[in-house]
Write a protein that binds this ligand. Structure first.
Ligand code: C2E
Ligand code: MG
Ligand code: MG
Ligand code: MG
Length: 282
């Protein structure tokens, strides 16, 4: 390696880093426009009760219809807007939109028990009056708090324990349910499961997809089932893609699942058609 090529490489590296920062700044400015300009929309992925094949609720998933890049998946912009703090405004938008959709879905299905699960980021919990404002929006949109599920990750619980714990307790007091998303992929201790007011564990899709080929993954799913049994928590299997997984989950006595096998995330009108079709073949 000659010094000249080392220097060149360094310069190229610095340049690449700089343009990454510029891209991030541009994207964050564009997101501000997106929020104001209705480039954001939601899709809804059903939760299916395995015993009956009935849809019992939906998860709201955020999408950005970018004027240049087209449809952008959340993984490409959520980490950035979490860093800039724009996630707080985004979550507010998602929450109201999802409540509105839920009311229309409940009316179409004639089912007041249908629930909506919404993803939250750690930053959302820093907002003062977080829970009060969620309840106010739900009320304005005609939704009962009991039909709202908050999805949070294990990472959030590691963050600022006492503050998060109080907020979650308040959520439960108001009647909202709290789910742990991607359960099993965080690095937290299990002790929080009984310290925090959690109602549901969503088993991460990596365990579900490896369950049939990897005894370790199957063992983990079994253990999660028995922990949840002992603590009185509900279980949802994420990322179910085939009927082999469905029958394994049935034999493990897992009652609720979500995944491409049942349905991809849907536009509101398709979600309503699905509800009107009553049963999904599971
Ligand atoms: P998540 O909350 O764990 O959502 C599940 C993701 O897995 C979704 O990807 C969904 O489309 C995908 N998925 C569902 N079933 C299957 C399956 O059977 N196979 C496979 N391979 N994938 C499946 P999506 O919509 O791209 O969302 C990615 C992540 O972005 C979400 O993971 C969530 O962490 C985050 N996200 C989405 N919407 C929001 C939001 O409104 N707010 C926040 N804070 N995060 C969000
Ligand atoms: Mg989720
Ligand atoms: Mg998940
Ligand atoms: Mg996941």
């Amino acid at each position: 390696l000659d010094p000249a090529s080392v220097a060149l490489e360094r310069e190229e590296h610095a340049h690449a880093e700089q343009s990454k920062v510029l891209d991030a700044v541009r994207l964050s400015n564009e997101f501000r426009v997106a929020l104001a300009d209705s480039q954001l929309f939601l899709e809804y992925q059903p939760f299916v009760e395995l015993s009956s094949g009935t849809v019992i609720g939906f998860e709201a998933l955020l999408r950005w219809n970018h004027p240049v890049h087209g449809r952008m998946p959340p993984d490409q912009f959520i980490p950035l807007i979490e860093e800039t703090g724009q996630i707080i405004a985004a979550t507010r938008w998602v929450f109201r939109e999802a409540c509105g959709a839920l009311l229309r879905m409940q009316q179409a299905a004639g089912n007041n028990d249908l629930f909506m699960s919404i993803n939250f980021s750690a930053q959302d919990f820093d907002e003062p009056e977080f829970v009060t404002s969620l309840c106010n929006v739900a009320e304005q949109e005609g939704i009962e708090p009991r039909n709202i599920h908050l999805e949070i990750t294990e990472r959030l619980l590691l963050r600022q324990a006492s503050h998060v714990s109080e907020t979650l307790k308040l959520c439960r007091d108001k009647g909202m349910e709290v789910s742990i998303d991607d359960f099993g992929t965080g690095y937290s201790s299990l002790s929080y499961l009984h310290r925090y007011p959690i109602s549901t564990l969503k088993i991460d899709k990596s365990f579900i997809s490896n369950m049939s080929s990897d005894d370790g993954a199957l063992g983990l799913v079994r253990s999660i089932m028995s922990i949840s049994d002992n603590l009185g928590l509900s279980i949802i299997a994420e990322g179910v893609e085939n009927d082999q997984q469905v029958s394994m989950l049935r034999s493990l006595r897992c009652h609720v699942a979500q995944g491409f096998y049942f349905s991809r995330p849907l536009a509101e009108s398709d979600a309503i058609s699905l509800l009107n079709g009553v049963h999904i073949d599971a």
